[in-house]
Design a protein around this ligand. Structure first.
Ligand SMILES: NC(=O)c1ccc[n+]([C@@H]2O[C@H](COP(=O)([O-])OP(=O)(O)OC[C@H]3O[C@@H](n4cnc5c(N)ncnc54)[C@H](O)[C@@H]3O)[C@@H](O)[C@H]2O)c1
Length: 366
């Protein structure tokens, strides 16, 4: 079907998806239109409406979901109302993009997946790091036969406590709105990446800390993940108070015959490689990372590939939205569906359970 889009939530992510969907339509990549915005805050609603020329502008999400002019909904609100809104969208039989995390836990995320599947709607989750060139190319390198079996990885993500600066909202400091802290709200991206690298998790040991004293909102989580294939991964996620630092990640993967690592630039940084095949250090420069990513993407449209360039983070959201809208226009499922998100949620839940009980959690028993 021809996507006729309504966006719920006109904050940071609603605006980002508004721009990316508009680009897809304006440039003719997708035949469709941005029709409406639902935003509770008056000033945000008006500025979104003025910039986007949306013709249905409302404070009431139900009005958007029930509009006959709209067949595709983006949920870009804080996590606490994703489940309720997603159920309404599924009941209305409309295509659904929902920002990550889908919900507060895997049980609610699975309810959303089941509702979407029962309704037969196209659905996609906003696990945008799947569209990061360094993440994508590191996966390709690990999968090369010459790398040998993946043995381990150390991954750290950090950002300042996101209730200040460019975030322009404080809901991430309120457990009733965010559900938990840095692991659920931010590092669910990392857990999804690790699942895409190493497969199913066998056992989890985790701890969480609350340095900044926000009840129920951890600002540090640390986990050891044992994977079914035998790899053991250490993951740390931090919300600190270093305000000049942008949100970033670093990763160091070790396979039997190769090591790959990147630091701080989680979009298009250089990848450091040391392989037996080369017998020395051979780094892949940012430009080549982008080139390999553009060539490896499952996207045929040359017009879009032209836009895959160095150091434009907005690119990931464009590729993400194109992937979703293309699936909607072809009446099929997206490969980044809610099933993918539910798997990441289950690992996040297990880390929290381990942190609560002080015991490892056996995931093969779940
Ligand atoms: N994928 C990513 O890279 C990424 C990055 C940031 C945030 N997120 C996710 O996106 C979602 C939104 O985060 P954000 O940073 O844009 O938050 P935000 O605070 O900037 O914007 C959320 C907006 O939703 C509005 N809203 C809330 N409930 C509403 C309702 N029922 N109807 C209409 N409007 C409503 C609020 O008024 C607010 O303007 C969260 O799930 C967050 O985890 C994803």
């Amino acid at each position: 079907m021809r996507p006729q889009v309504g966006i719920i939530g006109g904050g940071v992510m609603g605006t980002t998806h508004g721009k990316a969907t508009h680009f897809c339509f304006k440039s003719g990549l997708i035949d469709g239109e941005l029709v409406g915005i639902a935003e509770e805050d008056d000033a945000r609603r008006e500025s979104f409406a003025a910039a986007s020329h949306a013709r249905l502008v409302t404070a009431n999400a139900d009005e958007l979901i029930n509009s006959p002019e709209i067949n595709t909904i983006y949920i870009c609100t804080p996590t606490f109302n994703h489940l309720e809104l997603a159920r309404k969208v599924a009941a209305a039989g409309k295509a659904l993009f929902c920002e990550k995390p889908l919900a507060f836990n895997a049980t609610d995320a699975a309810l959303m997946r089941d509702a979407a599947k029962a309704a037969g709607i196209t659905h996609q989750v906003g696990l945008v790091m799947r569209f990061s060139p360094v993440v994508f190319v590191t996966r390709q390198l690990m999968q090369e036969e010459a790398s040998g079996r993946p043995m381990t990885c150390v991954m750290i993500d950090d950002q300042f406590f996101p209730i200040q600066g460019h975030y322009q909202s404080t809901w991430r400091g309120d457990v009733t709105k965010v559900g938990a802290g840095t692991l659920l709200e931010h590092a669910i991206h990392d857990i999804d990446i690790l699942l895409s690298y190493f497969g199913d998790v066998k056992r989890v040991y985790g701890t969480t800390s609350h340095f900044f004293g926000k009840e129920g909102v951890e600002d540090m989580s640390s986990a050891m993940l044992e994977f079914e294939i035998g790899a053991v991964v250490n993951h740390v996620s931090i919300w600190h108070n270093i305000l000049h630092r942008g949100s970033s990640r670093r990763m160091h993967v070790v396979c039997e015959n190769a090591q790959y690592s990147w630091e701080d630039d989680d979009y298009a940084g250089n990848i450091r490689c040391e392989t037996n095949a080369a017998g020395r250090r051979t780094d892949i420069a940012s430009k080549e990372v982008i080139e390999r990513f553009a060539n490896g993407l499952p996207i045929d449209d040359a017009r879009l590939r032209e836009h895959v360039i160095e150091h434009d983070l907005g690119q990931s959201y464009l590729l993400e939205d194109y992937t979703f809208l293309k699936a909607v226009s072809e009446d099929r499922q997206s490969w980044l569906d809610f099933d993918v998100a539910v798997k990441a949620h289950a690992v996040v839940d297990a880390i929290y359970e381990s942190a609560r009980t002080g015991q490892p959690v056996d995931m093969s028993a779940k």
